[in-house]
Design a protein. Structure first.
Length: 428
């Protein structure tokens, strides 16, 4: 296997840059480049030189013998000065050594997967951790990286294996004078598995939203103050405001961090009847996006626009809090009156949904768990039927176990790997 190397820190000037090397020749090239090498798992300061004995840099060296490293291979980290020229000079020198080449995107993590240091869910969790921008995203990704989801999948698979083994044993002893009825224990194991899978299936839509961000749509008639409210929430002029109706034709998005929760606020076109073709397209898009959003903030002055259906957690607010004296909750984007109450409501509602999030964060997790449930249902059906076809039930349970194995990367995932690792940076 090739020895790979890459810059593990962000490209560009920095105080320190880290170049990571992994593979069977990592220590050999270190011995050639460095004037002195530290003991395994210790750090040492040394001078780096090229083949012409020219000094490249003074660097801190860390060594990690395999299999006790991130990739499971021999790993060396060169902590150099963060000069673009220094980093490139060191990498040029590494490229001249036997068996060395520059790493591809995500190749270090891919080797960790192949060497059994991580499973596929942990790889995906690591990708999410790298991309995390809010505290809630970090917490969710950290759970997956730590192996919590993999442990859950392993536990369910263990129960399914146990159920299938009981069925196999019952078939083996079918000719005995006093056969053991394993049906109650098998049903109990399968019911437990179904309950656990359903819990994470139901929590998927919330955990996926934590990963990608919740959407909150501001809707209402033209000139009701939607763009002004968006600007007030964003703290900047994100959307054009005007006294003329129909200014907003397309959807304007602003990303926010509400108490650690990632949220995208949407300013949509004013809802009204119009003959303007472009404005009509904007209104259709506004209605569609509002329907798919997680929350809607409806601003009104008098009547609610036709075709608007509010859902649990949505807000209906009067748009002129500074002049309004009625009983309806109100907000003013121009003065900020009612803004804190609005943000508090949105944060509280989304926090409640975050609490329902499961560990499954990707659609493939959702699909594989659903497939497993179908196989479990088929197994129970044939097992509890008039003829008690244990052999067919056992085969269905093998398929259920196979579906769950796909989640952690035990089976049928080669076609997924290139897609997953393409999102990683080169040095990871």
């Amino acid at each position: 296997m090739d020895t790979i190397f890459a810059l593990a820190t962000a490209p560009g000037r920095a105080g320190v840059s880290v170049i990571r090397v992994s593979g069977p020749e990592a220590f050999a090239s270190l011995s050639s480049i460095a004037k002195s090498t530290p003991s395994p798992r210790t750090a040492g300061l040394t001078t780096l030189t090229n083949t012409n004995a020219e000094v490249l840099d003074q660097a801190l060296i860390l060594t990690f013998p395999g299999p006790g490293s991130f990739t499971g291979e021999d790993v060396v980290e060169y902590h150099t000065h963060g000069s673009i020229a220094v980093v490139e000079a060191v990498q040029r020198e590494l490229a001249t050594h036997y068996g060395h080449r520059r790493a591809e995107a995500g190749e270090f993590t891919r080797r960790a997967l192949m060497n059994g240091k991580m499973d596929l869910t942990q790889v995906e969790g690591l990708a999410d951790l790298i991309e995390a921008q809010t505290e809630v995203q970090r917490q969710q990704a950290q759970q997956v990286v730590s192996g919590a989801f993999a442990s859950f999948v392993s536990s369910v698979r263990h129960d399914i294996v146990r159920a299938a083994a009981l069925l196999e044993a019952a078939m083996d002893f079918a000719d005995e004078e006093v056969p053991v009825d394993v049906t109650p224990e098998v049903v109990a194991l399968l019911d437990k598995s179904v309950e656990q899978l359903n819990r994470h299936i139901e929590g998927y839509r919330f955990s996926e939203r934590v990963r990608s961000g919740f959407e909150v749509a501001i809707i209402g008639e033209p000139n009701v103050g939607k763009s002004t409210l968006l600007n007030a929430l964003a703290g900047r002029e994100a959307s054009i405001t005007s006294v003329y109706a129909g200014t907003t034709r397309d959807i304007v998005e602003v990303q926010m961090n509400l108490d650690g929760i990632p949220v995208t606020i949407l300013d949509t076109a004013g809802l009204r009847k119009t003959e303007d073709h472009v404005e009509k397209l904007g209104i259709e898009r506004a209605r569609s996006r509002a329907e798919s959003a997680d929350l809607r903030i409806l601003l009104v002055e008098q009547d609610v626009p036709d075709g608007i259906k509010l859902m649990s957690g949505d807000l209906k607010l009067h748009a002129k809090a500074d002049t309004y004296e009625g009983e309806l909750p109100s907000v003013s984007g121009s003065t900020g009156l009612g803004l804190d109450a609005l943000v508090s409501h949105v944060t509280s509602e989304l926090s409640r949904r975050v609490q329902k999030a499961g560990l499954a964060t990707r659609h493939r997790h959702f699909e594989d768990m659903k497939r497993s449930l179908i196989y479990i249902a088929e197994a129970k059906s044939v097992m509890l039927g008039k003829t008690s076809q244990y052999d067919i039930a056992a085969e269905e349970l093998r398929s259920a176990r196979h579906a769950l194995g796909s989640i952690v990367g035990h089976v049928d995932v080669e076609n997924l790997l290139d897609v997953i690792f393409s999102s990683f940076c080169i040095g990871k």
